[in-house]
Design a protein around this ligand. Structure first.
Ligand SMILES: NC(=O)c1ccc[n+]([C@@H]2O[C@H](COP(=O)([O-])OP(=O)(O)OC[C@H]3O[C@@H](n4cnc5c(N)ncnc54)[C@H](O)[C@@H]3O)[C@@H](O)[C@H]2O)c1
Length: 287
């Protein structure tokens, strides 16, 4: 496997994934509705991930597909636009890949697939650490689209035998941007409590993508991801006592320990995060 199609190639994860894959030796075709940034992709194609014609042409000669194209937040469109774009794009990409015998796909799901973080009602997770089985409670079109995408992945495995890994990304940003989110969350920790103050450094996001593309594991799998610690520079149990005192904690966490169970990522993909905003903050200060 050495040729990969990346949809959403002009997005923030997409651009990093294109160059990360190229650095790892892959030949990369990109697909995007438009390009606001210069693309390093070997072939930068303009097209709609919902179009059978565009995707089928983009898949020509490709061994695997990384599907990132989506409207990444419920506020970036009407509920109808967000749901239709995301679900139709994922189904179409998996359907064209299946029909063209591209048998490996990695798709972007989200920590929001279980619906609680963006829920407009006063809800809480059933437990921490969050894992891939935590009960869904969905009240917005974006979270629903990601939950349906995970079902589409399972269908693609059953119907076409495509191996699909759906990565549940938490907040994934480059370090500078993570620091801005961290400052915001420090001011009001309640805003990220329902996603367990989870984040992932963009470099680890790209490493997880490559690990998923290269994983020999057959079938369709949902895989939760997060850094080993939380975004905020406080003790996790202290935050929980204040902001989620009624949510059962199934496993003790130490220090700034993460509230996402990433054992499946470790077991299935051999992936473990390498970057923490806190470690780097300390080393930057001591340099
Ligand atoms: N960045 C995060 O924190 C985060 C967290 C969880 C999940 N995700 C998911 O990861 C993926 C990438 O996110 P991102 O942060 O890079 O978003 P982004 O908005 O930066 O990139 C998405 C790209 O997809 C393109 N796109 C949208 N619909 C398309 C379509 N129908 N056809 C072709 N291109 C289309 C957009 O033009 C954009 O360039 C998304 O699926 C998002 O839902 C991101």
């Amino acid at each position: 496997m050495n040729r990969v199609l990346v949809t959403g190639a002009d997005g923030s994860i997409g651009r990093a994934a294109v160059s990360g894959l190229q650095a790892a030796g892959y030949d990369v075709a990109g697909l995007s509705l438009r390009y606001d940034h210069a693309s390093t992709a070997n072939r930068a194609l303009v097209g709609d991930a919902r179009s059978a014609t565009d995707v089928s042409a983009a898949l020509d000669g490709v061994d695997a597909v990384l599907h990132l194209a989506a409207i990444p937040h419920p506020s970036l469109g009407t509920p109808e636009e967000v749901f239709e774009n995301n679900v139709a794009a994922t189904f179409n990409v998996l359907a064209q890949a299946g029909q063209q015998e591209v048998r490996r796909a990695v798709i972007a799901s989200s920590i929001n697939a279980f619906g609680v973080p963006m829920n407009v009602n006063d809800v809480e997770p059933a437990y921490y650490p969050l894992d891939e089985e935590v009960e869904a409670d969905i009240a917005d079109a974006y979270s629903l689209s990601k939950s349906v995408d995970e079902q589409s992945a399972r269908m693609a495995w059953r119907r076409w035998g495509t191996d699909v890994i759906a990565l549940r990304f938490p907040l994934v940003k480059a370090r500078e941007e993570l620091l801005r989110f961290a400052a915001m969350a420090e001011r009001d920790p309640s805003i990220m409590a329902r996603e367990g103050w989870a984040y992932l450094d963009l470099r680890d996001g790209v490493r997880a993508i490559i690990a998923a593309l290269e994983s020999p594991v057959p079938g369709a799998h949902v895989v939760g991801l997060a850094a080993d610690d939380i975004l905020i520079d406080r003790q996790t149990d202290e935050l929980l006592r204040k902001y989620a005192p009624d949510v059962p904690l199934r496993q003790a966490v130490e220090g700034r320990g993460s509230l996402v169970d990433t054992s499946r990522a470790r077991e299935l993909l051999g992936f473990a995060p390498e970057h923490s905003i806190h470690d780097q903050a300390v080393s930057a200060m001591t340099r």
